[in-house]
Structure formats: C-alpha cells, structure tokens
Design a protein around this ligand. Structure first.
Ligand code: ACO
Length: 419
C-alpha cells in the first residue's frame, strides 16, 4: 500500500494514500488525530475530500464534467427524467424502467390539498426559495415513513421529484395572485411545469416546444455537481439520520445564497444595472478587481473550475440560439458577452483563472422563457434535485458512514474566571 510520510514535531507518521477511478490522489487522514494528536485544518474545505462518491466527476483544470461517466455534452439534450434516473440509480434506464419511473413521476405530481393553504400564510413578496424549502420540509409531515426501507426511500424520491415543480409553480402563482394550475400527467416534466407556471384557467395554453426543449437542457445542466455547498449540506444533514425531505429542504436553503445558486438572480440584476449605467464594462470590471468595493462579477469564478465551466460553454451557445429561435432581442445577452470579453482579457481575471460559470448565461434564457428573476434560483433547485437525491441515497446506502462532525482549532480565551 502506498503511503505518504508526515513528520510532526520530530516524529514520522505514515498516512495511507489511495486513488480515485480518474486518478485523483487522496491522503487518508481518518486516523490522523488518533495517531498524531493533530487535526487537518482546511476552512472552506478546498482540500478536503468529505466522502468518496461514484456519481459525478469534475476535472476543473480541464473543464470536464461527467454524470456517472457520461460527458455533460452528451447528456444535455436527454430527457430530464432519464438523467435524474441515471444520477439516482447509476445507469440510464431501460425502456421498461423509464416507463415505470415516468409513470411514478406523473402519478405523484399533486400535493395534498391541505398544503395549498400553507401558501396563504406567506408574505406576498416573500422569496420563493423560502417557500420552496419550508414546503419541502412540510412534506415530511405527510410522509413520515421509515426512510431506512428501500421501498419508502424510492417512493419518497419519486414523491419529491414529482412534487417540487408543483410547489415551485404554485409559489409563483401565489406571488402574482393567480389561480393554481394543476399538473397534467400527459405532459413531460418541463412542459408540465411550464403549463403550471404560465397557463390561466380562462384560456387554453399551448406549451412552446422550443421553450420546453431549452428548459429540459437547463435542468440537465444543473442536475449534479458533486460536493458543492448545497449537496454537502444535504449530505451533512442526512448524516444525522434526518429524513429525505428535511435534508433536501436544508440543501435548498444552502443553494439560495448569492455565492452559490443565488448568483443567477444576481447576474441579471448586475447586467440590468450595467445597462442602466450606460454599459461601462470597464468600470464594473475595475470595481470587481477592487476588493474594497465589495463588488464581485457575479457569474464569474468557481471553486473547482480553473478553466471554462463546460456548462457555461453550452449555455453561451444556447442563449444565442434560444433567443434567436424565439425571436427575442434581449440587450442583456450582448452586455453579458461584452462583459465576458472585457473580463477574460483582463490580467486580474486571467491570473486568477476566473471564467464564466453556469449562472452567467442561464438567467438570460430563463428571462426569454418569461421566468421572473426571483424564480431563477428555484429553477436551479428543480434542476439540482436529482443530484441531491442521488447523494442522499449514496450516503444512506453506505453502511460505513458516520455522522458528519468536523473538528475545529479553538482560538478563543483560555480558561478564565469571573470572580
Ligand atoms: N469577481 C471578482 N473577483 C473574484 C471573483 C469574482 N466573481 N471570484 C473570485 N475572485 C477573486 C477573489 O477575490 C480571489 O482573489 P485573491 O486571490 O486576490 O484574494 C480569487 O479570485 C480567488 O477567489 P476565491 O473567492 O478565493 O475563490 P472561492 O473558490 O473561495 O470562491 C466563488 C468561488 C464563491 C464562486 C467566487 O468565485 C465568487 O464569489 N463568484 C461570484 C459568485 C458566483 O458566481 N457564484 C456562483 C458559483 S457557481 C455555483 O455555485 C452554481
């Protein structure tokens, strides 16, 4: 067995080394404290492998993203329900498995009628991410079953996959004072969601197939991204034995933050601001370089990618195509492209390897679809749900797993007394 040598205070220790299937090298420090008395210090976890996982592979240096081994470029146009199955169960479904999975996904789309009353209690202008997470946590009051039985796990996975879009669309309808539109089970995941968002009871509604296709792709591109902040949160909460709904509700809250999924909303607000301010790109790039300004170029930079985010590459092209197909001329697309050009030629961004991330172009497509800005992060959550579910399941299936409980290095006052 390969080992690494650690010398601490004159004493040598051997640390086991192991390799992942794509050659990443890891030092196994599980016994570090027991052997040496020291802990590994890694705030922000930039160097910490919190688990081993067989779901998603990212090579941030080369800009590679694969779900269960399949490159994202091949996956982007598959049916979202198939991609969800792949992530959660490890293989693309056979025709028979897909039929059963799709049937379950449509059968469970309704929420309990009593849950509709919850929407009445939220403030009209309340952020839909708050509504989404509290409604998901509330689902556990309706489905309290035993999460340790595989039948219940699979049923709850189906329930949540099917219901999240209904909850999301109802939250939007509530915010604009329109009637809830019930799901229609003959439609695809994306078409069903679009109808629940945009149909009104007084008129017929036809789903635009171009919008349906674009939404399907956006959901796929967001479906998993290994141990990001929200997924790590789901795993952390799940490690305590918390149920599936509670764990995912926590992930939704983590996603909401502007440094994570909340960035897609902030990108559009930033681009609108630049438009209103006379399109002075250099001013905003300079501001982002000045740390004292507190301003960052939203949609730029990534903890893992030190190259183009492959999802951003796909979305950059897609934004152009979707807008052209729909005959929409959105000035924000040009502003985004020009801003990207200026930033990518600036030594600050070049040296730090800061490239557009998935959030930079996604909002422009959501806007073209008619999705309001404060729903953008909800759209991200709909896409990310299969990833969260896959990680929740992987963690719960791992019998060797322990509760996640990091250590700290205490730097506060040493013992003192008040008297
Ligand atoms: N604008 C300006 N400077 C930036 C930006 C940015 N968007 N991103 C990083 N930097 C700078 C940092 O100031 C730092 O500079 P320094 O080395 O001189 O101190 C350097 O680049 C490295 O950045 P860190 O913040 O250390 O990188 P970290 O991995 O901790 O953060 C993050 C990654 C949070 C994504 C960061 O790049 C950021 O805040 N971006 C804007 C928000 C955003 O787009 N979030 C979405 C991420 S993708 C997702 O979650 C789906």
């Amino acid at each position: 067995m390969e080992t690494a040598k650690l010398t601490l205070r004159g004493q040598d220790y051997e640390l086991p080394v192991f390799e992942g299937s794509e050659g990443e090298v890891a030092l196994d420090v599980r016994n570090l404290r027991a052997k040496t008395g020291a802990v590994a210090y890694d705030p922000g976890f930039g160097n910490t492998g919190s688990c081993s996982s067989a779901i998603t592979f990212i090579d941030g240096e080369q800009g590679i993203l694969r779900y269960r081994g399949y490159p994202i470029e091949e996956i982007a146009d598959r049916r979202f329900s198939e991609v969800a199955y792949l992530l959660i169960y490890g293989e693309l479904p056979t025709a028979e498995q897909q039929a059963a999975w799709s049937k379950g996904l449509t059968y469970h789309t309704l929420i309990h009628e009593d849950m509709k009353k919850f929407f009445e209690g939220y403030a009209t202008k309340g952020h839909p991410m708050a509504i989404l997470s509290s409604m998901v946590a509330s689902l556990s009051t309706y489905y309290p079953g035993n999460d340790d039985s595989p039948e219940i796990v699979n049923l709850n996975i189906l329930r949540l996959m099917a219901k999240l879009k209904t909850i999301a669309a109802f939250a939007y309808k509530k915010s604009i004072g329109q009637a809830f539109i019930y799901p229609r089970n003959d439609l695809s995941y994306s078409a069903n969601f679009l109808r629940m968002m945009f149909a009104v009871p007084a008129e017929p509604y036809e789903v635009n197939p171009k919008v349906e296709r674009a939404l399907n792709m956006l959901l796929n591109l967001h479906a998993d991204h290994e141990q990001n902040c929200s997924t790590s949160t789901v795993r952390m909460v799940a490690s305590s034995g918390a149920n599936l709904f509670a764990s995912i509700a926590a992930g939704i809250c983590a996603l909401w933050g502007p440094l994570h999924g909340g960035a897609n909303q902030q990108v559009i607000e930033m681009l609108e601001h630049i438009e209103a301010d006379g399109r002075n790109y250099k001013k905003y790039v300079d501001m982002a370089k000045d740390k004292s300004s507190g301003f960052k170029l939203m949609g730029f930079g990534h903890r893992v990618y030190k190259n183009f985010d492959p999802r951003a590459k796909i979305l950059r092209e897609a934004a152009q195509d979707v807008l052209a197909e729909m005959g929409i001329d959105d000035p924000l697309l040009e502003i985004a492209q020009r801003l990207e050009e200026v930033a990518l030629h600036d030594p600050f961004f070049v040296e730090r390897k800061l490239y557009p991330n998935v959030d930079f172009y996604s909002g422009i497509i959501y806007r073209a679809m008619g999705i309001p800005t404060d729903m953008f992060t909800v759209m991200f959550a709909l896409g990310r749900l299969p990833g969260w579910l896959a990680h929740w399941k992987e963690l719960r299936d791992d019998e060797s797993g322990r509760i996640h409980r990091p250590r700290q290095v205490y730097t506060g006052a040493t013992e003192r007394h008040s008297g």
